[in-house]
Design a binder for this molecule. Sequence first.
Ligand code: G6P
Length: 610
Amino acid sequence: MCGIVGAIAHRNVTNILITGLKRLEYRGYDSAGVAVINGEGLQRVRRQGKVAALEEAVHEQNTAGFLGIAHTRWATHGRPSEENAHPHLSGDGLAVVHNGIIENFQELKDELEQDGYHFQSQTDTEVVAHLLHRTLGESGGDLRRALQKAVKQLHGAYALGVVDQREPDRLVAVRSGSPLVVGLGIDENYVASDQLALLPVTNRFIFLDEGDLVELTTDQVRVFDRHGEPVERAVHEFDGAHEDVEKGEYRHFMQKEIFEQPAAIQRTLQDRIDSPDAVSAAFGEAARTIFDRVRSVQIVACGTSYHAGMVARYWLEALAGIPCQVEVASEFRYRQHVVPEGTLFVTISQSGETADTLAALRDTGSDNYVGRLAICNVDGSSLVRESELTFLTKAGPEIGVASTKAFTTQLAGLMMLVLALGRRHGLSDERIEQILSELRQLPNLLEQATALDKPIEALSRAFVEKHHTLFLGRGVQFPVAMEGALKLKEISYIHAEAYPAGELKHGPLALVDKEMPVVAVAPNDELLEKLKSNLQEVRARGGELYLFADKNARVADGEGIHVLHLPAVPESIAPIVYTVPLQLLSYHVAVLRGTDVDQPRNLAKSVTVE
Ligand code: G6P
């Protein structure tokens, strides 16, 4: 979704801005723009479409300045177009970029129109520009104070970056409900909606708190809290390499991220699974006392992260004997729900900024919650900062919109949670040690799963011309099938549905014919024999079967049955390993269909608006 980059320096900042925008492209957007301030005043360039088009225009027009803001827009109010692209202007030289949604924009717009402001776009953001302009007039021209005052009238979510040609030596920004991070340079400073945008110029960041406003000059960063009081915020150092966000030898980020999974899981588990005691410590200092009080678990997440939660429910109830509910955040937050005493509230999120998940967390007022745990990939994100307990998945930056390594590392973290809680609920140390040793096999098993790339590529050809597919799994593999179906629809645009195989005859069997490939995941577990009978039902209707099966599962290629064997995998970690071939299948089908694998149409990496 929308991205913000801003910079103030003693040099031309357009390259910093454009590079930053390019690094945010993965989030999904439909237009881009930049505004810089130089000796001649404010210069704005905007383009519908890709940042590359904006970059070309910026070069053609020799756009340059020591101060500037830039934006990638994902349309909410008003269609994707140049006139709706940010920055939006007011008066002579005030420019605003915005992420989020201003809910009371119509009301403010009516009022501002009555005051004589003319609107050039259909966006909610232009309202902010004019409102700020009007407030500036009333506040005697001080940009920071005017912004502080103006945002009090905004309802909704926003991260705003503002420059004004009358104040060419400062950039102001403010956040509420949408993320914003400050990057600290040497004699220059920056702001962005995501630290990834700024990694080429700095690795030192301040994550702003809700309601924080920041004023940047070349040599100073001053943060003010929601009441306008100056505050100190901690400086964090990014400890990854900024090459993490380069494709390297790979054709797509998604491909790179699939192949990174053995190393990513290694990082997730590193120093955290040496003993049953070490496991709890990975969830934060307060984990020991909070975990002692847990009697039930409520998991809330969206998209792929929701599927991770569904897998965890099977594990929690089977291994730890703890009741667990899982729900998508957009439903959970608007539903009256009963919170059993002793409930641990768990959010799962790659980004830590998903609007619905965050809203659900902020709504956990009930005394029956014993604590809030975020399982998240981004340190410093809103979910992490607002939860008492955190498990950082350490997957490294994930750029492909379709989530891959974030999912498998979440699952590894969730299994650790199950062990930590299970230990307090009668799961024996012996069984815990056994699962820990199985977790240690993961990097190696994931390596073996990615080695199936070539045969899966060959298999993928059978899907290219199809319009519909069915994914089947049983038990803990049902959410894996759901994740497989989600991947395929996200990036290949082929309609894909997942069903628990036992439900086949209650409806989906009516759809099965030779035009509908059926994909099934068949590890060697207690449900294997039942799954095999379900697959017979598919074959009997002429359905073409694609089976990812354990090498000991005694299933072989036959007419209409295509089997790809996986290594023997311990049951505890099978969902993690079986996810990989499904990711590879979607990837290859999408490549063959020629879709935009890393930035599929209409989707965004980080959904920061409702
Ligand atoms: C978007 C992304 C998905 C992701 C979901 C939840 O829909 O495209 O890949 O699973 O958001 O995001 P989160 O960052 O909370 O895991």
